[in-house]
Structures are given as structure tokens and as C-alpha cells.
Write a protein that binds this ligand. Structure first.
Ligand SMILES: [Zn+2]
Length: 204
């Protein structure tokens, strides 16, 4: 579905690749899972003061909810809203499992993928004067991590269908950084990594 507003930027992000963009307060970032079941690892920062950044515990504690969906906000380490989900055709986005890395996959699977989200984040953050210490536990859009009553949690196949999207409205000027997840050793990317699309727009 075409966003209702003025397009600022429209980018196809190749499978396994990172992306970043600055979103002005009030503008919206639409993330589209073009082919379905594709995890998008996502971080965001106050564009003018990147020490203020996405904080998973605050994002979970303030609403008392571990999954993100329409109406959820991404809260900062200073307990301020960075972005708010104003539309979402999928729901159930993960806040607890963080990103994949070569080291983790070696431990989990005794193997690695050609790329990993940790490295993608580091590479993209370097373009903005940040480094490995700025990679914090991230949101995973379109990734499904059910948590059982006994606390068991694992990645299972995502529910997103081709074209599902999430609209994130910026509550302040933010820098959004994402990794289109390259993980092929678990169900985070369904049957394998695929492209996604990021559209920044000014709502009508
Ligand atoms: Zn990943």
C-alpha cells in the first residue's frame, strides 16, 4: 500500500545488507517485508545526541509488554519516546532476542553465515561516527519469539506475509539503523534472507 503523504526517501535494502536514515520529528519510517518472514534488526538514536538510544528494558517495562505492535513506542535509555508504531499489518515483533553474530552462531550452530547483524550494525554505525559499543540489544521486526509459561523462548517461523509493513512515527529527530538479517541457520528469515524496503515519508 502506498504511504499517505510526501515521500522523502524510498530504498530497497538488499538481502543481508544494512541501512540507516535520519527521520525528522513527525515523519514516518515504513519498513516493508517484501517477501515475508524476513527479520529486520532495528536500532534508533536521538539524531542530535546519540547517547540517547533505544533501550529494550524501558520499551518492555513501560507498557508491561514484550511484543511490539500498533500503539507501541520505542523508548530511550532516558525513558523518552524515540518512535511510535502508528500502523502495523503483522504484530508480535520481538524485543528480547537481540541480533545474530558470528560468535553467537559459532556457539549455537557450530557454523556462521556469510554476514551477521552485529557486523552490519557496526559497519553502518561507523558511517555516523559510532562503533561496536553503540550496538545495544535491538528490536527484531517481523521476527517471532514465543515465550512459554515456563520461560522457554525460541525463534520460530515469522507470521509476516509478503508486503506486510510497520509504520514508525518519529517522536523526535532520530537516526534509524537496521540490518536486513542474514541469518540462514534458524527460522528468522523463513526459507532464507530476502530484500526489504524502507520508505521515509511526511504524513499528509
Ligand atoms: Zn541477524
Amino acid at each position: 500500500m502506498k504511504p499517505d503523504g510526501q515521500i522523502v526517501q524510498d530504498t530497497i535494502i538488499a538481502a543481508c545488507s544494512p541501512w540507516s536514515g535520519r527521520i525528522a520529528k513527525g515523519d514516518v519510517l515504513r519498513l516493508i517485508d517484501l517477501e515475508g518472514q524476513q527479520a529486520i534488526d532495528f536500532l534508533c538514536y536521538n539524531a542530535d545526541d546519540p547517547q540517547e538510544r533505544y533501550h529494550a528494558p524501558n520499551t518492555i517495562k513501560i507498557p508491561g509488554q514484550i511484543y511490539l505492535g500498533k500503539g507501541s513506542s520505542l523508548w530511550s535509555v532516558r525513558a523518552r519516546k524515540l518512535m511510535t508504531i502508528i500502523e502495523d499489518t503483522c504484530g508480535g515483533h520481538d524485543t528480547i532476542f537481540g541480533c545474530c553474530s558470528f560468535a553467537l552462531d559459532e556457539v549455537r550452530y557450530g557454523a556462521t553465515n556469510p554476514r551477521c547483524c552485529q557486523h552490519n550494525f557496526e559497519e553502518e554505525l561507523a558511517r555516523h561516527g559510532m562503533g561496536p559499543r553503540d550496538v545495544v540489544p535491538n528490536v527484531n521486526f517481523f521476527m517471532r519469539v514465543p515465550v512459554a509459561a515456563d520461560g522457554q523462548a525460541m525463534i520460530v517461523e515469522g507470521l509476516s506475509k509478503p508486503g506486510d509493513y510497520v509504520d514508525l512515527k518519529a517522536d523526535m529527530d532520530v537516526l534509524a539503523v537496521l540490518s536486513n538479517c542474514p541469518e540462514a541457520l534458524n527460522p528468522a528469515t523463513g526459507s532464507g534472507p530476502t530484500p526489504v524496503r524502507a520508505i521515509i515519508y511526511t504524513p499528509a
